[in-house]
Design a binder for this molecule. Sequence first.
Ligand code: SF4
Length: 450
Amino acid sequence: MKFSEECGIFGGVSTNYPVAPLIQQGLFVLQHRGQESAGICAGDKDLYIYKNKGLVMEVLNDRVIKNIRGKLGIGHVRYSTQGGSDSTHAQPYAVNYLGEKVAVAHNGNVKSAVDMRKKLEKQGEVFLTTSDTEMLLKKVIRELCKTPSEWTFEEVGRILTENFTGGAWSILFFVPGKIFAYRDPHGYRPMSLCEAEEGVFVSSEDTSFQMLERHLVYHIEPGEGVEITRDGYEIKRFAPEMPSKKCVFEQIYFARPDSNVFGRNVYMSRVELGRKCAIENPVEADIVVPVMESGFAPALGFSQQSGIPLQMGLMRNRFVGRTFILPEQYMRQSSVRRKLTPIIDVVKDKRVIIIDDSIVRGTTSREIVRMLRQAGAKEVHFRSASPQIVNTCQWGVDIPTKKELIANKYEDVDGIREFIEADSLAYLSLEGLKEIFGHEGWCYSCLMHD
Ligand code: SF4
């Protein structure tokens, strides 16, 4: 896979120990959601912040974490979908206001950000970054005009709902003595809560709670949030129920297989995608080979359904970052070969079905087909465990422009097959995808033409 995911957030209040090491570990588990920068804000009433470009364990290393005190905190891993990618854009984003500090960490994308920003600038607001997160915080500050310790969960939720409904925001606020967490009324991005011996925490993905003792997990609904203090927590609805728009790509690609997202285990969903793909797109072959990592579960499903054995025909170099991190096309192509290597003894003289979670630009897929042929594969049949991606995303996922998407470059699948040089190519149908997840309640926008 080949398009960029968004961000991850983790925060909460610890009981007996400083919160920083728990946030460090929580963010480490969420590293797959953003590898550009990492950051933490923690304290009690006062606030210490540390953030920079880099991976969690580089930026928030043990030396840094040891010096961050306090039992309340929020943290963030970032992949930039809006705003720049330098260290000033790292989150959490914090400001001083009326003698107090307030900070915010955001996963998602605010559709109305550009217009709102212009409006605020005309009113004299100054921005240090181009990110929608700063704009969001400054809008809240302007509306409330009082010291952050006086802010209430309900007031902040009302401002978010009135101004940013339609956007995607799973968001954490640190105000003195309190953490506020909100999931937008359409619920594009996931958010879960955990009550454990170590404290109460909120995270983009519930698998990050597995490090905690005796945890009890609650999946926060769209339009719901939670207020956490040293005295406890309360789950509250801050916005009326609206049609839910859960991002289906959280299930297909973004989230970790060991997470339960939107009420479904991600690994199990992906196995089902593969099974469905095998039912819809059978082909005679000798082995099924996954594009690691996210192609593994669908390949297993394809293999189980078709009876064709699963083989690890492509080895992944675990020390190479994900393909999309490299910004230029020529760099992306070479990085595929740095990331994946065929196991010649497995694929030589075989009819291979290669399974990937999706096809975006098609260049990765073509490199894989070429590699397999060079390794001696007799036939290469490509199967995508998701439908064609034909549209961009306005909710925080950095999909290439419509023109760059391979599905828009050719009139039919055979044109794409020729481009990727496969013997056959087929996608899971949109109808098949909806049969798995449901016709309602999900965002399928990037899989549908305008
Ligand atoms: S457009 Fe696609 S990537 Fe964006 S939120 Fe919807 S399903 Fe997810």
